[in-house]
Design a protein around this ligand. Structure first.
Ligand code: 3H9
Length: 696
């Protein structure tokens, strides 16, 4: 297949990239572009050149799958230099998304135009990279340092309208991109407009050059967010070159730095997550032809924190929701919280006032469960107790249409048992949202024994529609995420008893890259939640339970593992808690000892990896990449470490097995004995990634 075509419209050459699905700049595309531009350049009958694409989008960037292979010529840098030096007008006509190398190639063109819905951006930072084909040098020259820095450091795309206002594009067009490109370039010729080479522009940088300290001021806001990451600091360094390094030398340095980032562990991890996220939505045995059911209206049972957040996720996507609560006051409270959340977003400027009204208008509260009968999908988010869930499902089964899908938001309970209380187990599954449900992107989709393929396909499709990252998992206590979390929580508590303090444990994990550690997280979520659950199961967590017995439930009582000033979310260590921990160690006859950060991290993460291995053995997760996606999107595992299983592969499975075996021997705790899969992979000198990420 030809991936780059060229045709003529009179004296205009139109070069069209045709490399579905996203027109990525793979090697053949670069070769094709090199040849097409060369031939249009030398052809005397060609007066100007239009660059555009076939299919659903303009070029969405370099081909990320090539980043693990040796680079092949021509590089995008060379191609861009070739285009920029052409002595005829070159215009890029964009639509869909113009991202990364796809936007950089347009910066080498003399003019840029875009369809109204185009999104333009340099998302490389999200892959642990920075723009490596001139973007760090050309974008600031075109739009100024402030905006260039914001685009490159955030990686977020901007709409065409904003791009026009910034001077990133010259015009917004309607209709066919190729035809619009031709019309535009004819105008350029007729008006004898000079060719505008972005590399030669200076007016948006010259003031800054006179005041280089201003650069640090602009950068300050971005530095804070760059904790532990290599790409943002490299991007800032490169952006600074625009002020004091000749552009060709800056291009060379940019290329070199890009290759360093590309070869580094952080970018490899982030690329792994990029592909794992897309892979996770593919389910073995689920044919692409399986038609999802249509979801036009949803009902959510329960207006508590979870029910409210879930309802917001649907309303945000324009899907009407009926919210059912048992008591009128609880319903009003729930709706009030939702409205307050929306208003807070509006006050922050994240939402328009009329959007608040529109979204609230999509939510209808009721105390009559029969109102759920019109829904295509019902999501139960009631109290986490089997008897309560069964009662709700029994009722829903009677009143809902035969083709309505019934989902439970349970975080631990047996979905098969819940399904069995209905006469339609094939239409029942788990949709496990993470708190706050309107914010967290992860959705564990729990496939029951009898869940029908089209029901599964519907849940995946609807998850994507509401902007979630769906991962299909099997039934077991806690599914994937919470089952592994439990392994971590048990160890966190043990570390306290052995000698660490809450802020030391949390500090080790935040240094590792988590946004917060287990104890700060417990305080945020409310310690009473776990306490209630442990009591129901007859288990005790010595420290956490003692805190709860003293009424210390975390942030909501201003006291938990930490102390909180009124209105503050930042806890500080509490000497009383320290005393309580020391007393507990004594009571249990445990000699306290200093525990190093490295040991804390290993003790918290390795048992999770071991549990992850068991989850793979049991087929609860289909791929190790699925587990990684769950931990990155649901629990804040640093994406630049690629999730727990990728991280395990990075540091070496033999090391992990040995540490676990040691721990099992020392503690006599069978849970730490290395999982059979882990042992097997070590024996085969294999990795989780190689063994478990092939599309099944
Ligand atoms: C870069 O450009 C570096 C340069 O600065 C310097 C170079 C020297 N490559 O997301 P979807 C696949 S770095 C390879 O489901 P959507 C994707 O895996 C790059 N493959 O669709 C999936 O495959 P499959 C900077 C790619 O409509 C299929 O395409 N650019 C690439 O929801 C469909 O993807 C980016 O970071 C790629 N670049 O969203 C943009 N992109 O069907 C990354 C996608 O087998 N891409 N695939 O699972 C995106 O953000 C989204 O894909 C996009 C479409 C918004 C374009």
């Amino acid at each position: 297949m030809t991936v780059v075509g060229m045709h003529r419209d009179g004296d205009i050459a139109v070069i069209v990239v045709d490399n579905p699905p996203v027109n990525a700049l793979k090697h053949e595309v670069r070769l094709g572009l090199r040849d097409a531009f060369a031939s249009a350049n030398t052809d005397k009958a060609v007066a100007a050149i239009v660059l555009t694409c076939a299919g659903r989008t303009f070029i969405a960037g370099a081909d990320i799958t090539e980043f693990d292979k040796p680079p092949q010529s021509p590089s995008l840098i060379d191609l861009n230099a070739q285009i920029e030096n052409i002595a005829k007008p070159v215009v890029a006509a964009m639509f869909g998304t113009a991202l990364g190398g796809g936007l950089e190639i347009t910066l080498a063109c003399h003019f840029r135009i875009a369809a109204p819905t185009t999104r333009l951006g340099l998302p490389e930072i999200k892959l642990g990279l920075f723009p490596g084909a001139g973007g760090t040098q050309r974008l600031p020259r075109l739009v100024g340092m402030d905006k260039a820095m914001a685009m490159i450091l955030s990686g977020d795309p901007i709409p065409a309208k904003e791009a026009l206002a910034l001077g990133l594009i010259d015009e917004i067009f309607d209709g066919d991109p190729a035809a619009a490109g031709v019309t535009f370039v004819r105008k350029v010729i007729a008006e004898k407009r000079p060719l505008r080479r972005v590399r030669d522009l200076d007016d948006k940088l010259k003031d800054l050059r006179a005041r280089p300290d201003k650069f640090n001021e602009i950068a300050a806001a971005h530095v804070k967010r760059a904790r532990g990451l290599h790409a943002p600091s490299a991007a800032l360094e490169a952006l600074r070159w625009t002020l004091d390094v000749p552009i060709d030398e800056a291009f060379d340095r940019e290329r070199k730095k890009f290759m360093e980032l590309r070869a580094g562990d952080q970018s490899k991890a982030q690329r792994h997550i990029f592909f794992a996220e897309r892979e996770a939505a593919k389910v073995p045995g689920l044919s692409k032809d399986t038609q999802p059911r249509e979801i036009k209206r949803v009902a959510v049972i329960g207006a508590g924190t979870m029910g409210g957040g879930i309802s917001m996720s649907f309303a945000n996507a324009g899907i009407p929701v009926t919210i059912v609560e048992t008591a009128a006051d609880a319903l009003q409270r729930g709706l009030g919280v939702i409205e307050k959340n929306y208003k807070t977003s509006a006050a922050r400027g994240a939402l328009r006032e009329d959007d608040v009204t529109k979204r609230m208008g999509l939510l209808k509260g009721t105390t009559d469960i029969a109102a759920a009968k019109d829904a295509d999908l019902v999501i139960e988010a009631v109290f986490e107790e089997m008897a309560v869930k069964k009662d709700v499902f029994g009722k829903l089964d009677k009143l809902a249409r035969a083709d309505t899908i019934l989902a439970t938001n349970t975080s631990y309970l047996d979905v098969n048992e819940i399904a069995a209380t209905t006469g339609r187990p094939q239409s029942v599954l788990g949709m496990h949202f993470f708190s706050p449900a309107n914010v967290m992107r992860l959705l564990e989709i729990v496939r029951g024994e009898k869940t029908a393929p089209d029901v599964l396909a519907t849940a995946i499709a609807v998850a994507r529609r509401i902007g979630k990252v769906p991962v299909v998992v099997g039934v077991c206590h806690g599914f994937v995420g919470n089952r592994m979390l439990r392994a971590r929580s048990i160890e966190a508590e043990k570390l306290l008893l052995e000698g660490a303090l809450p802020h030391e444990v949390d500090g080790a994990l935040t240094e590792f890259g988590f946004p917060m550690g287990p104890f700060a997280m417990g305080d945020l979520a409310g310690l009473d939640v776990g306490w209630r659950m442990r009591k129901a199961q007859g288990i005790r967590a010595e420290i956490a339970d003692t805190l709860c017995e003293q009424g210390r439930f975390g942030q909501k009582t201003s006291k938990g593992f930490y102390l909180y000033e009124p209105g503050s979310r930042a806890g500080r260590p509490d000497p009383e808690v320290e005393q309580l921990i020391v007393a507990a160690s004594k009571r249990l006859g445990i000699a306290r000892r200093p525990i190093e950060r490295k040991e804390i991290v290993e003790r918290l993460i390795f048992p999770m990896i071991n549990e992850g291995a068991r989850i793979l053995e049991e087929g609860i997760a289909q791929r190790s990449g699925d587990i990684d996606v769950i931990w990155v999107y649901g629990y804040g595992f640093p994406n630049w470490r690629g999730g727990p299983m990728f991280y395990a592969d990075t540091i070496g499975l033999a090391y992990i097995r040995d540490r676990l075996a040691e721990l099992a021997k020392k503690t006599g705790d069978k849970r730490h004995e290395p999982a059979a899969l882990l042992t097997q992979l070590v024996a085969e000198n294999a990795t989780f990634g190689a063994a478990h990420n092939k599309a099944a």
